[in-house]
Design a protein around this ligand. Structure first.
Ligand code: SAM
Length: 281
């Protein structure tokens, strides 16, 4: 069966792009190759693809994986995908909004799941947060996202890109930047540049904290007011002054520092000390 290019499939079906659904389809086959190679897929793997579009990336994933489960929200793309990928018996196509998806139906403890996507940019942060916070058991997440978001995810302390998203991802994953992708690699051309990144889920979080909810609450407080010192930013926790002083002493962290200077490990230490001091209040 002939493999049509993305442009040819779009023309064949008279497909009309939806800006609202972040539909920028990849036309550069070298990028498709790099995504599939960096995801390191083999015949044992179940791959979950978010947003298959007209199936250009899906086709390459189907050739490499045991099974591909592709989740697409646009009803107009479903018949196109069914027709263009009909020779594959290892495709499960799900017509659904990924943000409403219960991944536990497809990701269970036994399977080796790799998630791959050229993500619609408007769902990047919510989907990463959902996959990590809901503790789904996937191995890797190889995604094309807006370049600036990729830089925020990989950022280290003391730079302006470092924030709550960097900590959320680095708490659960190692981050690899794979390659940059220019706007000319897509139809229609997006207004921003993109980057392919790979998140490799750690077998356990980078730091063991006593109370994960408290850890992320402290991170949020520290970055909600990122110009404030930790002392001022954490006042919202309403811990009496003398106990707060004790907490910073125990954690060996200067309260005059700003949250953006703390490593994931230091946030973990601070969170555990706040947990301990609060328990004795
Ligand atoms: N994978 C194709 C490619 O690389 O050319 C298409 C990528 S395009 C950037 C994003 C795809 O995600 C589109 O097919 C779009 O319809 C789909 N999409 C957008 N929002 C979605 C959602 N909430 N749930 C599932 N799919 C969504």
């Amino acid at each position: 069966m002939s493999e049509l290019s993305t442009e040819d499939i779009v023309k064949k079906y008279g497909f009309r792009f939806s800006k609202g659904l972040g539909q920028n389809f990849l036309i550069d086959t070298s990028v498709l190759e790099d995504i599939v190679n960096s995801a390191e897929i083999d015949k044992e793997d179940l791959v979950v693809e978010i947003g298959p579009g007209v199936g250009n990336l899906t086709r390459e994933l189907l050739k490499a994986a045991k099974m591909v489960c592709a989740i697409e929200v646009d009803v107009n793309l479903i018949p196109i995908l069914k027709e263009e990928l009909k020779e594959f018996t290892n495709l499960q196509l799900i017509h659904k909004d990924v943000l409403k998806m219960d991944f536990s139906q497809i990701i269970n403890d036994e399977s080796s799941v790799k998630i791959v996507a050229n993500l619609p940019y408007y769902v990047t942060t919510p989907i990463i947060a959902k996959l990590l916070n809901d503790h789904y058991n996937f191995k890797t997440l190889t995604i094309m996202i807006q370049k600036e978001v990729g830089e925020r995810i990989a950022a280290k302390p003391d730079c302006k890109e470092y924030g709550a998203l960097s900590i959320l991802v680095q708490y659960y994953c190692d981050v690899e930047l794979i390659r940059r992708v220019g706007a000319s690699s897509f139809i229609p051309r997006p207004k921003v540049d993109s980057i392919v990144i790979k998140l490799i889920k750690l077998s356990k979080p980078r730091v063991g904290v006593k109370d994960e909810k408290l850890f992320f609450k402290i991170v949020r407080c520290a970055f909600n007011m990122r110009r404030k010192t930790l002392w001022n930013a954490l006042k919202v926790l309403k811990i009496p002054k003398e106990h707060m002083e004790e907490t910073f002493n125990m954690a060996e962290i200067d309260p005059k520092r700003r949250g953006e200077t703390l490593s994931v490990e230091e946030f973990g230490k601070l969170s555990d000390c706040i947990h301990e001091v609060s328990a004795n209040l």
